[in-house]
Design a protein around this ligand. Structure first.
Ligand code: ADP
Length: 369
């Protein structure tokens, strides 16, 4: 498990002989600045696979903030909703590492904590029209919840027959009105003008009506509860179409020990029962475990055996890849998406660095696409 990395990651005095004591100055050997932050890493990985992406976040009006935006542009990520503020510095994590690999870290969340409701409103169209939205916990939980609520209520139904005649908002449809699918009842939450085709209706997904076949909805919200806290607001679960965490996070959230696929299956069940539609727990070199409401039996998906050089950011590569598959290959089985995401994350651990180790589509086998 890696330390939480917010935005810029200066590794001050990399590989000092030891960590300094209070009041002490020591010499280090190497200093470098790298780009980080879970959301940014995930976005970069998705973009490198070919996804059209936008990053909704806030950085400072400072040189780190400028570099940060430039990095997004170089990765073909839209910065339309990457806000800059004068009121706080760009978020940083200063990390000092000694030669045993032990570290001390100071995180300053800075501008991350200033991302607010107005910023989200500006991005509302992008959020509701996106195929997938990923959220983490490196901004305030209230803002993550708000973004998840926005995205969740705008998830599309996959049914071809959702074009219906004019219906008032709030009206409840019975299954017979929805072509070709025996669903129980769904409440209309938004009307979309579809020109000659009539008026399409977006349906609410939560609360679900008894007997509703959930599989007709696209998996839109991908929530990565990182860094995790034991007192996670319960709404995060019901707003998560896909809830994806690593072993450590699963332990914090469930108070269960998670060190094997069998343990992960048990923890996933606890998380699923809190209301997510799909739970994925990543297990480092062991791959991941999948559990879904549609198939509530844990499935273990092992990964490639590779020589790991630097596993920092592997989880973000995995989440970014999964978002790409959910958005662009929605007809693949979840198991197949996870096999491919495992593969991509396994590529990322074979070279040093975080974003610098994330593969591009052109460097990957064709059968992943
Ligand atoms: P995090 O980076 O959040 O700690 P994990 O360590 O669980 O997350 O890694 C996420 C994913 O990265 C794993 O599910 C796996 O696909 C891949 N991965 C991580 N470490 C290795 C490794 N040593 N060998 C192969 N794949 C790995």
């Amino acid at each position: 498990a890696e330390p939480p990395l917010p935005l810029i990651t200066p590794r001050a005095a990399d590989l000092t002989s030891r960590l300094p004591k209070t009041g002490e100055t020591i010499h280090g050997h190497k200093f470098f600045i790298g780009f980080g932050g879970k959301g940014a890493n995930q976005c970069v990985q998705a973009a490198r696979l070919g996804a059209k992406t936008a990053m909704v976040c806030k950085v400072g009006k400072d040189s780190f903030g400028n570099d940060y935006i430039e990095n997004f542009k170089q990765n073909d990520i839209s910065t339309e909703f990457t806000y800059q503020t004068k009121d706080a510095a760009t978020g940083t994590a200063s990390i000092i590492v000694n030669k045993e690999g032990q570290n001390i870290i100071v995180i300053v969340a800075g501008a991350n904590l200033l991302l607010n409701t107005e910023d989200l409103r500006e991005a509302a169209n992008a959020i509701s029209s996106a195929k997938v939205m990923i959220c983490q916990l490196e901004v305030t939980p209230a803002i993550s919840l708000e973004a998840l609520t926005m995205a969740h209520s705008s998830g599309d139904s996959k049914l071809p027959g959702t074009i219906l005649s004019q219906k008032p908002l709030g009206d409840v449809f019975s299954g017979s009105q929805i072509k070709g699918e025996a669903v129980a009842s769904l409440r209309c939450t938004a009307l979309i003008d579809s020109g000659d085709a009539g008026t399409a209706c977006r349906f609410t997904r939560a609360p679900l009506f008894p007997g509703t076949d959930q599989s007709i909805f696209s998996l839109k919200t991908l929530f990565n509860p990182a860094p995790a806290t034991a007192d996670l607001d319960p709404r995060f679960y019901t707003l998560s179409d896909v809830f994806c965490c690593n072993e450590t996070e699963a332990e914090i959230l469930t108070s269960l020990a998670v060190s094997s696929p069998a343990d992960a299956g048990k923890a996933a069940l606890v998380l699923l029962e809190r209301g997510c539609r799909v739970v994925i727990i990543t297990l480092g070199a062991a791959g991941c475990v999948l559990l879904s409401q549609a198939e509530p039996v844990p499935k273990y998906i092992p990964t490639e055996k590779v020589k790991a050089v630097d596993t920092t950011g592997a989880g973000d590569s995995f989440v970014g890849a999964l978002a790409f598959y959910l958005a662009y290959y929605p007809n693949l089985s979840l198991e197949e998406m996870l096999k491919r995401s495992n593969f991509i994350a396994a590529v990322s651990v074979q070279t040093a660095g975080t974003q610098s180790s994330y593969p591009y589509k052109k460097d990957l086998p064709l059968d992943l696409f």
